[in-house]
Design a protein around this ligand. Structure first.
Ligand code: NDP
Length: 287
């Protein structure tokens, strides 16, 4: 048996084309959706992510602005930049690229972003809204995964869903989104005893740990849908996921590749969130 490959890149292109169309409609009302990305320091991976996000915005007709700040900037000064963006009507979405330098409190920085512009969906208000079933912004990576499951016609109602990794930005919101669709969700972390006993029960398995090869074929239920969020660079400099792709393909029913799976979807959903923030601001404007 060989798993069907879920083409995140192709689905992301379809979503971005739809965004581009909606951006054109919104522009007719005089509003150009705008995303501001704040990059602190010169982490090479972050630089690539920020470049890709800005390029995707421009291609879909959104306005993007990158604010590059030195690694040794004070937290107070960063917060001032964020507050300025909060007050800027041309900016509908604000994203502070993580990780931040160690002298900064990332939670405090995220809480300073206006919740209505928090297109990453990391603000506690947005996390709380998601948890209580009234999401405003869904975090982009789990949101993209939900779109992929939808495109694969995966029925989550009553399904066993297992998420490996419980971060605030991927694992926890992923669990909430699948729970909201009727799945029975197990959320594993580094303390989980006998990980395989959990993963083998999963009809839908999402792996987001940053540990290459943590899930192997013998830990997967035959026919399961496997979503690999991990992005790891191996000794040869090639990108690989958290799932051992070769052995997983022999067991899974469908699987996302790395690269070309979850990654492109994350950017597509950032555009969706920014567009929707702008659309909401349009409805709030006085006639
Ligand atoms: P974090 O480091 O914030 O969280 C990792 C999670 O994995 C933690 O909950 C941790 O458990 C858990 N974990 C670690 N080791 C194990 C283990 N042996 N068994 C079970 N759980 C374990 O990572 P992120 O969530 O930010 O990212 C995860 C991966 O996804 C990374 O490779 C990252 O690069 C990638 N990523 C990809 C994106 C994309 O667009 N494709 C977007 C975001 C992330 P504990 O809570 O106990 O510490």
């Amino acid at each position: 048996m060989s798993a069907r490959i879920i083409d995140g890149k192709a689905l992301a292109e379809t979503i971005k084309a739809d965004v581009a169309g909606r951006v054109q409609s919104l522009k007719k009302t005089g509003i150009v959706p705008g995303l501001a990305v704040v990059l602190v320091g010169d982490d090479p991976a972050s630089q690539v992510y920020v470049r890709n996000k800005a390029a995707a915005c421009e291609k879909a007709g959104l306005h993007s602005r990158v604010i590059r700040l030195a690694a040794d900037i004070t937290e107070a000064s960063l917060l001032d930049h964020v507050r300025t963006l909060n007050d800027d009507d041309a900016v509908h979405g604000i994203l502070v690229q993580l990780p931040l330098p160690s002298h900064m409190n990332a939670a405090r920085v995220i809480e300073t972003i206006a919740a209505a512009k928090d297109v990453d969906g990391f603000h506690v208000s947005n996390a709380g809204l998601l948890m209580t079933g009234q999401p405003l912004f869904r975090p982009c990576t789990p949101y993209g995964i939900m779109k992929m499951l939808e495109s694969e016609d995966v029925d989550l109602w009553g399904a066993e869903a297992v998420v490996v990794g419980a971060s605030n930005i991927v694992g926890k919101p992923m669990a909430m989104l699948m729970l909201a669709k009727g799945a029975t969700v197990t959320l594993c972390n580094s303390k989980t005893r006998d990980l395989g006993a959990h993963t083998r029960r999963a009809d839908v398995l999402v792996v987001a740990t940053g540990k290459p090869g943590i899930v192997k074929g013998d830990m997967i239920k035959p026919g399961a849908v496997v979503i690999d969020v991990g992005i790891n660079r191996n000794a040869q400099g090639k990108l690989e996921g958290d799932v051992d792709f070769e052995s997983a393909c022999l067991v899974a029913g469908a699987i996302t590749p790395v690269p070309g799976g979850v990654g492109p979807m994350t950017i597509a959903m950032l555009l969706v969130n920014t567009l929707e923030a702008a659309e909401r601001s349009a409805t709030l404007q006085p006639a």
